[in-house]
Design a binder for this molecule. Structure first.
Ligand code: SF4
Length: 317
């Protein structure tokens, strides 16, 4: 059955500062929010289409033309990062995209993936074209995997781990594994010890510990305190480092960041990209603030041509 190609407002964003990748130019090739998982901590929000079917979602030639336009103006980025609103390995033209990027620039290419489709040989071959692949491993058994990820039918922890093992054997580039920790869900000593065992089996080059620094899909998801993250990093050992500790006074930080978004919008209507650039704020964080402001009726959006602009709703007289 044919599928209409989705029209995303813009396929690239940034460069924006990324905690893991330095200055990162994002490329988004799967519409929000199509994913193989529906993680409780997802910063994009709940998955609206849970799928394992690889499809031709967007016109890759248009994505590459947009990227070429950005590169022509002398763009400075450490990585071109394929990721964004959904699971990028669901795009069946991922390999064509990376080949096209290689023809345009020698900037390194990274993929942010949940790793659930790496059990497939075609997905492994396409991911192997990148310089860095950043998969996720947050659980060591089926119960925790189901609780954290709410996967599509057919996606299991066993498939994820065997895909990661196979990919490690085949891939010459770097694997930076993210372990996303949710307080009280996957932070028990026994679970961490089992995750450590899986890390030893899948042999990533780096392990990054992250937690819910930004507003997650489910409101009751709690960030892990910085000192607990440090203790877990010591327990895992090796190349493990904390990349997502919540700042002290996290709630205060969130309020201040939201106020910054409001003050930018008070000056003029902006696209998501304008706000990211203006505030040096990560795209997911901007999207979350906009979603909260829209749900309170403080911000509205309006399409002009290909771009969606957000503006402050005027105060009633
Ligand atoms: S965090 Fe990543 S893998 Fe999980 S639901 Fe969100 S986009 Fe999908």
């Amino acid at each position: 059955m044919g599928i209409a190609k989705a029209k995303l407002t813009s396929y690239t964003y940034g460069p924006v500062p990324s905690r893991r990748l330095g200055l990162s130019l994002g490329v988004d090739i799967v519409p929000a929010k199509i994913c193989t998982l529906d993680c409780i901590y997802c910063q994009v929000g709940r998955t609206t289409e849970k799928s394992v079917v690889r499809r031709d979602f967007v016109d890759i030639e248009v994505v590459l033309a947009e990227l070429e336009d950005k590169l022509k103006v002398g763009l400075n980025a450490d990585y071109i990062t394929i990721g964004g609103s959904g699971e990028p390995t669901l795009n069946i033209r991922l390999g064509d995209l990376i080949d096209g990027i290689r023809r345009l620039t020698d900037i390194r290419v990274a993929i942010l993936t949940n790793g659930t489709l790496l059990y497939r040989a075609d997905v492994r071959a396409e991911c192997a074209k990148a310089d860095v692949v950043c998969p996720t491993l947050d659980a060591a058994d089926a119960a925790v995997f189901e609780a954290v990820h709410r996967p599509a039918p057919g996606i299991t922890i066993e498939k994820l781990v065997s895909g990661l093992e196979q990919f490690r054997r085949e891939f010459q580039g770097e694997i930076w594994l993210e372990v996303f920790l949710v307080a009280g869900v996957n932070t028990g000593t026994e679970q961490i010890e089992k995750i450590k065992g899986l890390i030893q089996r899948t042999r990533p080059d780096k392990v990054h510990l992250n937690t819910a620094v930004r507003p997650p899909a489910e409101r009751d998801v709690q960030a892990v305190p910085a000192e607990t993250l440090d203790a877990i990093a010591r327990q895992i050992g090796g190349h493990c480092e904390v990349i997502g500790a919540p700042p002290v006074g996290n709630e205060r930080h969130e309020k201040r960041a939201e106020a910054d978004v409001v003050s930018v919008l008070k000056r003029r209507p902006c696209s998501v990209e304008d706000i990211c650039t203006g505030l040096a704020m990560d795209r997911d964080e901007v999207l979350n603030h906009l979603a909260h402001l829209q749900s309170r009726g403080a911000v509205t959006s309006e399409r002009r041509g290909e771009i969606t602009y957000f503006h402050i709703r005027p105060e009633p007289l």
